[in-house]
Design a protein around this ligand. Structure first.
Ligand SMILES: NC(=O)c1ccc[n+]([C@@H]2O[C@H](COP(=O)([O-])OP(=O)(O)OC[C@H]3O[C@@H](n4cnc5c(N)ncnc54)[C@H](O)[C@@H]3O)[C@@H](O)[C@H]2O)c1
Ligand SMILES: [Zn+2]
Length: 363
């Protein structure tokens, strides 16, 4: 028999909801939505691929109307695609008594979540994330939105879902690279907030890569717990939520300088964490043993795309444009041990250059 599902509460000021994680959760969706008294008319937004792979399972329990299918590559994460979702909702006369169910990775969740936040000034939203990244990160916390041609995630809002339902079984079909990309975010949670989670990823690599349901449920649940507690304390990212940006200052810069083509987001965060750890080590804030443990676990997930053709100068330039620059100062989340961090705003260019070089960037 499958283990009982894990439930995690997310008590944000704007809405309290729960995240349910467990094998076969999808089969329980109908019942869960009824229990939640989610408005009766239910519309699923998904992508053709995800629907082809897993739609039948969801259709059985949600029933009724045809899904709204939109493309889910990052380049489709734009207002034009959201507009197609509005069109479909209008066409089926979706009213206030409707629930939008997102069924896909972070791109579908962010776009359909934004549509749900704005259609009729907001209808009920339930996320059923199908990538590891979406399950441990994007489905929780209420950030929804799309890209603008001039920048990622520039248009959006905070809109908490009514529920998040996670079924690790859907990850069986996820391409290995996408799966690994999500694992770097799991390592991020371990490094910032939980030594046991960090050790679990390092120690249970085999069952995790085999996508054994128990191993996955354990790391997903622990990641969700961390994200939920941070989000509950700081819904709009005024303070504590910023620790989840660990690895993201350099990570975003890597994505930007390679024009979002070479790296999956999580892979860039993999390097970003190494840069932050190296900065911390060079300041004496992190033991070299802990930096090495991070480097080892990152390396153990497999090779990352190369960075030796990217220069520290390019990276510094890109970081200046980051959203984490507040009043001209770049904020860095630095690890102080495995499971602990500090936020600093006094990293000098010289330190940063040295750390980038140490991690393998060119001059
Ligand atoms: N809202 C937030 O807080 C938040 C946080 C982190 C990231 N994000 C956003 O999430 C997006 C990235 O999400 P992602 O990594 O899930 O990428 P994605 O949504 O593009 O999905 C990656 C690929 O996996 C496919 N896929 C999805 N589920 C599958 C399954 N079960 N089996 C096989 N293939 C499957 C998709 O079709 C897609 O091709 C970015 O746009 C990022 O900005 C948002
Ligand atoms: Zn991230």
């Amino acid at each position: 028999m499958a283990a009982a599902p894990v439930r995690i509460d997310v008590p944000t000021p704007s809405r309290a909801y729960s995240v349910t994680i467990g094998d076969g959760t999808i089969d329980e969706i109908g019942r869960m939505l009824d229990e939640l008294r989610a408005p009766a008319r239910r519309f699923v937004v998904s992508s053709p691929l995800v629907w082809r792979l897993h739609g039948a399972q969801l259709a059985r329990v949600v029933g009724g109307t045809e899904p709204i299918l939109v493309p889910d590559g990052e380049r489709y994460k734009q207002l034009a695609t959201v507009s197609r979702i509005y069109d479909a909702l209008v066409r089926v006369n979706a009213d206030r008594a409707s629930t939008v169910i997102t069924f896909g990775g972070g791109v579908i969740g962010d776009m359909a979540g934004f549509a749900a936040a704005t259609y009729l000034r907001g209808v009920a939203l339930v996320h059923v994330p199908t990538t590891l990244l979406a399950q441990v990160d994007s489905a929780i916390g209420g950030k929804v939105g799309v890209n603008h041609p001039l920048g990622k995630n520039m248009i959006g809002s905070f809109y908490q879902p009514h529920a998040v339902l996670i079924d690790p079984q859907v990850l069986a079909t996820l391409p290995r690279r996408e799966f690994r990309a999500g694992l770097y975010e799991v390592i991020k949670y371990g490094m910032t907030s939980s030594r046991p989670l960090f050790d679990r990823v390092a120690g249970e690599r085999k069952p995790i890569f085999a996508r054994a349901p128990e191993a996955l449920t354990a790391i997903i649940a622990e990641s969700c717990r961390i994200k939920a507690s941070v989000v509950a304390d700081d819904e709009r990212e005024a303070g504590p939520r910023r620790i989840l940006n660990f690895g993201h200052t350099a990570g975003h810069a890597i994505e930007a300088v390679t024009k979002y083509r070479r790296f999956r987001h999580g892979e860039a965060v993999g390097y970003g964490m190494l840069v932050a750890a190296e900065l911390a080590r060079s300041r004496g804030a992190l033991a070299d043993r802990d930096r090495q443990a991070l480097a080892d676990v990152v390396a153990s997930l497999g090779p990352l795309p190369p960075i030796n053709d990217l220069s520290a100068t390019q990276m510094l330039e890109a970081m200046q444009h980051d959203k984490k620059v507040v009043a001209g100062k770049l904020h860095f989340v630095l690890p102080t041990a495995i499971g602990a961090t500090t936020i600093v705003d006094d990293v000098t260019e010289k330190e940063l250059r040295a750390a980038l070089k140490q991690v393998g960037f060119a001059k």
